[in-house]
Design a binder for this molecule. Structure first.
Ligand code: NAD
Length: 468
């Protein structure tokens, strides 16, 4: 007889493992099926965490090389030990993924190491078949949650070849700094990993099909970030498409069309043109699970698919492909299953691009407000006028607040600047509590801090910024 669970989760990434932990807290008997040798999914193994490790290391390298002098610190030109940098990154990944495995143990969650697919209906729910290295195993779950995440989109005329043309996973593993890295796609991955290798000494060219990088980000900030990255030495070609490539003796010659028409000679290509739901081999069609035109699984407000007892969250369904969105959906799914009225606020999903300076946003962009004919007033405050940013010597960027003119409620907050990734949490908190610019004004901010720029931007919407 197959083992019986309350909840079987296919996929042990941020969505799946967090759902498992919350379900265990609610006394569910849970199994997680994960094919990787470690838990944590793309985020921990080959995405958010390793990329942030390299972003932090390469930022220190660039600061030591380019900025220490300005602080009155004299050092010889720093030397790169890439093997050590890569090893450090790997250690962080190992510690964090093992941490999840031990949390599973502590919470009595079974991890089945193998590839899962939906099986037959059973008396108590549904069967899930797992291909493990020791053969097939069948589990039975009253409820099944699909949380298999997403995979990189491949371009037909620039297929992944593991040697020269790859996606994020490959660009995190380079053992030598490329001479010339061509990045296709000016989105999250392209700009973050492009920044890593630029800081470590590569020539980096980003080719973006649209007229500006970061198409879904507030465009005023996207323009400012592009200028900053160009100042750092990145070449960014917008309105440009890759049409093919030729193999050369020592690299590739990539054909482009748009802002530039001559082929680009490079030794590495990173394709970062988006990701798509990872549904291959799950048996969705056989199980009668509906998908939309984008290939996402259709779910209702409880994350239920068209097949009774089967649910889906994270990159498999609508919304931005972000780890924190998947995590919150995992918790909310489990709590709703338990009869609680939990909710994900899809209007308040923060987004961060970990470039230097960072970009962080929550709520509507100016473009979205215009498109939907929503009235707004704008308040901006530059980090140039912020004391802490001056001390840090990181004065690029601004805080931009979009607020409702009648009520003062915050509609969107967009930050380009130092530690924007941390600063955005205050904006998200104010917005989650339905706060207004007057509420922000009433909050005493410690001085000198970067957060003061948020309060000043709120004051600026009323024409009352004190330091600008
Ligand atoms: P993305 O959607 O962020 O950016 C893709 C970019 O490629 C877009 O600007 C798009 O216009 C462009 N593009 C598409 N086709 C193209 C073509 N043929 N030629 C040139 N440009 C083209 O996707 P991504 O950077 O691949 O990231 C994938 C997902 O991973 C994103 O959805 C993102 O949410 C997530 N991610 C998040 C973070 C973070 O939170 N910091 C970091 C990395 C990835």
């Amino acid at each position: 007889m197959s083992e019986q669970y309350d909840l079987i989760i296919i996929g042990g990434g941020p969505g799946g493992y967090v759902a498992a932990l919350r379900a265990a807290q609610l006394d569910q008997k849970v199994a997680v099926i994960e094919k990787r040798e470690s838990l944590g999914g793309t985020c921990l193994n080959e995405g958010c965490i390793p990329s942030k490790a390299l972003l932090d290391s390469s930022e220190y390298f660039a600061l030591a090389r380019d900025s220490f002098g300005r602080h009155g610190i004299k050092i010889d030109a720093p030397e790169l030990d890439l093997a050590k940098m890569q090893k450090r990154k790997q250690e962080i990944v190992k510690k964090l993924t093992r941490g999840i495995a031990s949390l599973f143990k502590k919470n009595g969650i079974d991890w089945v190491n193998g590839t899962g697919r939906l099986g037959e209906d059973s008396d108590n729910g549904m069967q899930v078949v797992v291909e493990t290295k020791d053969g097939e195993q069948t589990l039975e779950g009253e409820t099944v949650l699909l949380a298999t995440g997403s995979v990189a989109v491949e371009l037909p005329h620039l297929g992944f070849d593991e040697a020269k043309i790859g996606h994020a996973r490959d660009a995190l593993e380079y053992q030598e700094v490329p001479e010339h890295l061509l990045v296709v796609g000016g989105g999250y991955i392209g700009l973050e990993l492009g920044s890593v290798w630029l800081r470590l000494g590569a020539k980096v060219t980003v080719v973006e099909m649209l007229d500006e990088i970061l198409p879904n980000t507030d465009q005023e900030l996207a323009v400012e970030l592009r200028k900053s990255l160009e100042k750092q030495g990145m070449t960014i070609l917008t309105g440009t498409k890759v049409t093919g490539f030729d193999k050369q003796k020592s690299g590739l010659s990539v054909k482009v069309e748009g802002e530039r028409d001559e082929p680009i000679a490079c030794d590495r290509v990173l394709v970062a043109v988006g990701r798509k739901p990872c549904v291959e081999g799950l048996n969705l069609d056989e199980a009668g699970i509906d998908r939309n035109k984008q290939g996402q699984i259709e779910v209702d407000e409880n994350y239920a698919t068209s097949k009774a007892g089967v649910y889906a969250i994270g990159d498999l369904i609508h919304g931005p492909m972000l780890a924190h969105k998947a995590m919150d959906e995992g918790v909310v799914f489990v709590e709703r299953l338990a009869g609680r009225e939990s909710l994900v606020d899809y209007g308040l999903i923060p987004g961060v691009i970990y470039t230097m300076p960072e970009v962080a946003s929550v709520g509507a962009t100016e473009e979205e407000l215009k498109e939907n004919d929503i009235d707004y007033e704008t308040g901006k405050f530059p980090f140039m006028a912020n004391g802490r940013a001056k001390c840090m010597d990181e004065t690029e960027g601004m805080v931009k607040i979009l607020a409702d003119p009648a009520s003062g409620h915050l509609l969107g907050v967009h930050i380009l600047g130092p530690k924007a990734s941390e600063l955005i949490a205050e904006a998200a908190a104010v917005m989650a509590f339905g706060g207004s610019i007057e509420d922000v004004e009433l909050i005493m901010h410690p001085h000198p801090t970067l957060n003061e720029a948020f309060k000043e931007a709120a004051l600026a919407t009323m024409g009352r910024a004190l330091h600008a």
